[in-house]
Design a protein around this ligand. Structure first.
Ligand SMILES: Cc1ncc(COP(=O)(O)O)c(C=O)c1O
Length: 380
């Protein structure tokens, strides 16, 4: 039996998205063209925009389609920084557990644009240290161009209190961007209720196609573009719109995420792990996404665990970046107080709409043997 527990990396497309997308794929017409076929493509996009806006809690005109969550994050962080810089604000504030699609543009802004980047820490449970943020704002609030904090973490699933961040930031008129890629459709998330300036989303995490994302940008809030050309999407993101992918995104977003099925499976997985590997522990506390489990298995190396699990037909992940085949310890777990060693002994299992009890049972049944072999390999 093959077991897929890497839904936070990417999850299968839902049927309605496949059918909406394939229907649109055979439609000719550039949505920017004025002729009849072009207008038909435009109409399909605008209908998708309206239905996505309802799901996101924003106005249709606040949606800017991008090619990924990564692009949405880059456009927001760089654009909001440049906008702030033009009024004398040079500081970028992020959390220490952001995805690389925020960490790396922040580092780029520091290296190439002279930005001062300040990273706010997290507690051992992976929750943003609000007191550190409050102190920073009290002392340097009028220097900050943008604050970017993720809605939930992709490695641990821990949810952050974005409304608290927005309330603090608003005292100093600082725009807040939120990476909502892992949260959208899985937990309540409304752009207008949170009072955000910008929000990033991605279709392939919710059963839509790869290669399409959204930057929600508050009405009347214009930022410099990264891509220049035909002037699409409020001149913030030029490029011919990908009508099939956008229509597929909207179809996926209008289908229900089965939290009530996934959360109990997640809880069974946690209970099973702790039962068969008594010294294992779960990372992350407080409110969490229904589908992510991050566990540390002392005495193992996560690379070895991944390979041993893969040999049994089980796909899991470390959730952290792998460069040139060398696994670096997760910056998220390090920020939560892990040592290099314990961070390197951790795995992420992520569940999705297609997850089943049989899959969980399979993992639990092979886990003791896998851990034993991984520990033996580690001693060699
Ligand atoms: C929290 C978070 N932000 C951003 C991204 C990037 O999204 P995309 O794959 O659409 O570029 C991911 C994907 O793993 C993510 O988990």
């Amino acid at each position: 039996m093959s077991v897929y527990l890497d839904h936070a990396a990417t999850t299968p497309m839902v049927d309605v998205a496949v059918s909406a997308m394939t229907t649109q794929l055979v439609h000719l017409g550039n949505p920017s063209s004025l002729h009849t076929p072009g207008r038909a493509s435009r109409k399909a996009i605008e209908q998708a925009r309206e239905s996505l806006a309802l799901e996101i809690g924003c106005a249709p005109s606040e949606i800017i389609f991008t090619a990924s969550g990564t692009e949405a994050n880059n456009t927001a962080l760089k654009g909001l920084y440049w906008k702030g810089k033009s009024t004398g604000r040079n500081v970028v504030v992020i959390s220490s557990i952001e995805h690389h699609a925020i960490l790396d543009p922040a580092e780029w802004l520091s290296d190439h644009e002279g930005a001062e980047v300040i990273s706010i820490g997290v507690t051992k449970d992976g929750v943003l240290d609000i007191s550190q943020l409050t102190q920073l704002l009290t002392h340097r609030g009028d220097e900050i161009a943008v604050i970017s904090v993720m809605h939930s973490n992709n490695e641990t699933g821990v949810l952050q209190s974005i409304s608290e961040v927005v309330a603090l930031a608003s005292l100093h008129s600082i725009p807040v961007h939120c990476d909502g890629v892992q949260s959208f459709k899985k937990v309540p998330l409304s752009f207008s209720e949170l009072g955000l300036t910008a929000l990033s989303l991605s279709a392939h995490k919710i059963g839509g196609p790869l290669g399409v994302g959204i930057l929600v940008l508050k009405r009347g809030y214009e930022i410099p573009a990264l891509l220049h050309g035909g002037g699409q999407e409020r001149e913030i993101r030029s490029g011919t719109l990908n009508a099939p992918a956008i229509v597929g995104f909207a179809a996926a977003a209008s289908s229900q995420y089965p939290s009530t099925k996934i959360q109990p499976l997640r809880d069974e997985l946690i209970a099973g792990i702790l039962k068969v590997v008594p010294d294992a522990y779960i990372n992350g506390g407080g409110d969490r996404l229904p589908g992510i489990v991050n566990a540390t298995f002392p005495g193992t190396e996560s690379d070895t665990l991944l390979l041993l699990l893969d040999a049994q037909g089980i796909a899991a992940s470390t959730g952290s970046a792998c460069s040139a085949g060398v696994q670096r310890p997760s910056h998220v777990l390090l920020a939560m107080g892990h040592t290099d060693k314990s961070a390197r002994s951790s795995l992420r299992f992520s569940l999705g709409a297609t997850s089943t009890r049989e899959e969980i049972d399979t993992v639990i049944s092979v886990l003791p043997g896998v851990i034993e072999r991984a520990r033996a390999a580690n001693l060699r």
